[in-house]
Design a protein around this ligand. Structure first.
Ligand SMILES: Cc1cc2nc3c(=O)[nH]c(=O)nc-3n(C[C@H](O)[C@H](O)[C@H](O)COP(=O)(O)O)c2cc1C
Length: 415
């Protein structure tokens, strides 16, 4: 989504500088070209060599380098980028930016640029809440600098509070949003930075004996695409996945399970969530008493009877009112007939907020296919979405979720 975009990444001297490696990898994975400027303090935390290896470009550190200046002058360096990203943005570099200083290459480039600037602050909580930093951030915002984070959390200095640099996935989402490279609909630009999301995906496998199981044709493509789309908008995503052949999405914590019981346990272990999306095709039933050893075929004997018992209802369990209930619970309804009526009924029965209903009758090719035709059922009514790729359905749903949840608490607190 960032194909061909040129990012000038300014790495300042904070502990969080190590996250730049992951940030560069993610940006390049999206097709962006990343060029790095490293401050003198930044070079105490990460090496020019590591940034150069990951960006596959020269790393600029020295303002008075004859070679650098003849190859790429400092003014040109600031102007040839589409976006300047300061990550981590230390208290020091924010102060220098606010004061309009040009005392090293990073500050000079930031003063000389006519391109948008994104800052990802990272510092001790007292530094972040100090009146000087608050005033500097205020000044920079008024001048048009965009901020992502900081997040609340435990810090390297054994303190807790706002000051942790946003995760690389959140920074990438902010970059996409600034460069207009995220979703293309009317809701483009929404962010899920600071939000915690759970997605379930794929089928479950219910053991009959150690070698046989009950399962279904779910490929996990739609659930995995949703996890990826939420992460791209900056959410911290846990993906609980049954056995699938699709690769793990980038920037997502993946918990692999087999059975519905294991899936429920993994969902309950995910902690406090803002949104939970249940895209997995959970088996409705499991064997009442799975055999401990392989059931042997007996010559002449009738086939063994298979007694089934219901699996836990994960969607209904998580939708139950209570302090642990996520603000938004989204279920999926895979139907082969009476799609909308069944989905409207399911939303009420399960107590969830939205249902994404899809027709999985064999003629549609939805199971395992690349495209999906869904209806979004909410308390307000039913929306018929056009046939889209599974990635497009995921992007559209992620945008709707971001719009529903509104702006993240940590960003509000920082303003
Ligand atoms: C171990 C260590 C960790 C530091 N971490 C941070 C940090 O996270 N945020 C910050 O604003 N300053 C931090 N500092 C202080 C900066 O490195 C210092 O202010 C430096 O001058 C920043 O220069 P720069 O902004 O030009 O990179 C740290 C210093 C040390 C020694």
């Amino acid at each position: 989504m960032l194909n061909g975009k040129r990012i000038l990444l300014i790495v300042a001297g904070g502990i969080a500088a190590f996250k730049c490696h992951d940030l560069i990898r993610r940006l390049r994975g999206q097709g962006a070209h990343v060029r790095c400027v490293l401050t003198e303090a930044g070079a105490r935390f990460v090496t020019p060599l590591s940034l150069q290896a990951l960006s596959e470009d020269k790393v600029y550190t020295d303002m008075f380098s004859l070679t650098d200046e003849s190859e790429m002058g400092h003014i040109e360096l600031s102007r040839e980028a589409d976006l300047l990203v300061v990550a981590p943005a230390t208290a020091n570099i924010l102060a220098r930016m606010a004061a309009g200083m040009a005392d090293d290459l990073a500050a000079t480039v930031l003063l000389a640029t006519d391109k948008p600037v994104l800052a990802a602050p990272a510092m001790n909580v007292r530094m972040w809440t100090h009146a000087a930093t608050v005033a500097n951030v205020e000044t920079l915002k008024k001048r048009g600098v965009t901020f992502v984070g900081p997040n609340d959390g435990a810090m390297a200095c054994n303190e807790y509070g706002p000051g942790r640099m946003s995760e690389p996935a959140e920074i990438v989402a902010a970059i996409e949003s600034m460069l207009g490279a995220s979703a293309t609909g009317p809701l483009a630009g929404q962010s899920l930075a600071g939000r915690r999301a759970l997605v379930t995906s794929g089928p479950t496998r219910e053991a009959i004996d150690p070698v046989r199981y009950i399962s279904n044709h779910s490929s996990g493509k739609q659930g995995h695409a949703i996890a990826s789309a939420l992460a791209k908008l900056g959410a911290e995503v846990t993906l609980v996945s049954g056995p699938v052949a699709v690769p793990d999405p980038m920037g997502v914590k993946v918990v692999k399970i087999d059975s519905a019981d294991q899936m429920l346990a993994a969902c309950q272990a995910a902690g406090q969530l803002d949104v939970a999306i249940f895209a997995a095709a959970v088996a409705d039933w499991k064997a009442a008493s799975p055999a401990g050893a392989k059931i042997k075929k007996q010559a002449g004997a009738p086939p063994p009877a298979l007694e089934l018992t219901p699996n836990p209802d994960i969607l209904a369990t998580v939708s139950r009112p209570g302090p642990q209930r996520p603000a938004l619970v989204v279920g999926f309804a895979a139907e082969t007939e009476n799609l909308v009526a069944n989905a409207v009924d399911k939303r009420k029965r399960k107590g969830c907020d939205w249902i994404v209903a899809n027709d999985v009758s064999p003629a549609t090719g939805t199971f395992g296919g690349e495209r999906n035709t869904v209806h979004l059922v909410t308390a307000e009514g039913v929306e018929a979405w056009p046939t889209l790729s599974k990635d497009e359905v995921a992007g559209r749903l992620a945008d709707r979720i971001a719009a529903q949840l509104g702006r993240p608490r940590s960003v509000k607190a920082a303003e």
